[in-house]
Design a protein around this ligand. Structure first.
Ligand code: SF4
Length: 206
């Protein structure tokens, strides 16, 4: 039997899930008890709209044509070391249910104060439509450990004018600010073997 499979390890578990919005048969809905989108086999016509990037940009909704593919997908999900906490840290600068974020979220009311303020700070600008920002930003989690430097995150989808004010057109972009000036910029996904070099450079600056 074909199946639609959710990878809940990387799913945002949001009621705004694109799979819900794009399914022509209402076969995906938000389960308020489970607090995540769920699939109803009886309504599905297997049009595969929900598996397209415009439904789920991180590829959390997958199609298995038969039991063999289903097992392969489930085994792959089970062996993926990514955890929900890690993804929250990457995407939102905090952990699920934590009231005190590890990163401050930049918005219209705090950005001018934050960026003109003296001192050193890291500013991570991300966009949820860019898969690299959602799946591959290990730099942020590596930087955040043991640093006494404030870290700020700006979601460019929520505040496109702020991203453009900062001259950012590619995501993710990481800035190091010192006394209101940008002293370091890195744009794009940082490959694992380059992380330590970049962290060393940033450590020297801060
Ligand atoms: S395959 Fe098509 S019908 Fe089935 S859940 Fe996805 S979008 Fe809905």
């Amino acid at each position: 039997m074909p199946k639609i499979i959710f990878n809940y390890k990387i799913c945002d578990k949001a009621p705004e899930c694109g799979g819900i919005a794009n399914c022509p048969n209402h076969a995906i809905s938000f389960d308020n008890k489970l607090k995540r989108p769920v699939w109803d086999e009886s309504k599905c016509s297997f049009c595969l709209r929900c598996t397209m990037p415009d439904s789920c940009p991180v590829g959390a909704i997958m199609y298995a044509a038969d039991e063999q593919q289903e097992k392969l997908i489930l085994d792959t999900i089970a062996s993926d070391p990514v955890t929900e906490d890690w993804l929250w840290l990457e995407r939102y600068g905090t952990f699920p249910g934590q009231t005190q974020p590890l990163a401050t979220i930049l918005n219209l009311s705090n950005i001018n104060y934050v960026l003109s303020d003296s001192g050193t700070k890291l500013v991570d600008i991300w966009h949820p439509d860019f898969v690299d920002c959602r799946l591959h930003s290990p730099l942020f989690s590596d930087l955040i450990h043991g640093k006494d430097v404030p870290i700020y995150k700006l979601n460019a989808q929520d505040f496109p004018q702020l991203a453009s004010q900062l001259g950012v057109t590619s995501f993710p972009t990481l800035f190091v600010y010192k006394n209101g000036q940008i002293i370091f910029t890195h744009t794009g996904y940082v490959k694992k073997d380059s992380i330590s070099d970049i962290i060393q450079k940033i450590n020297k600056l801060i």
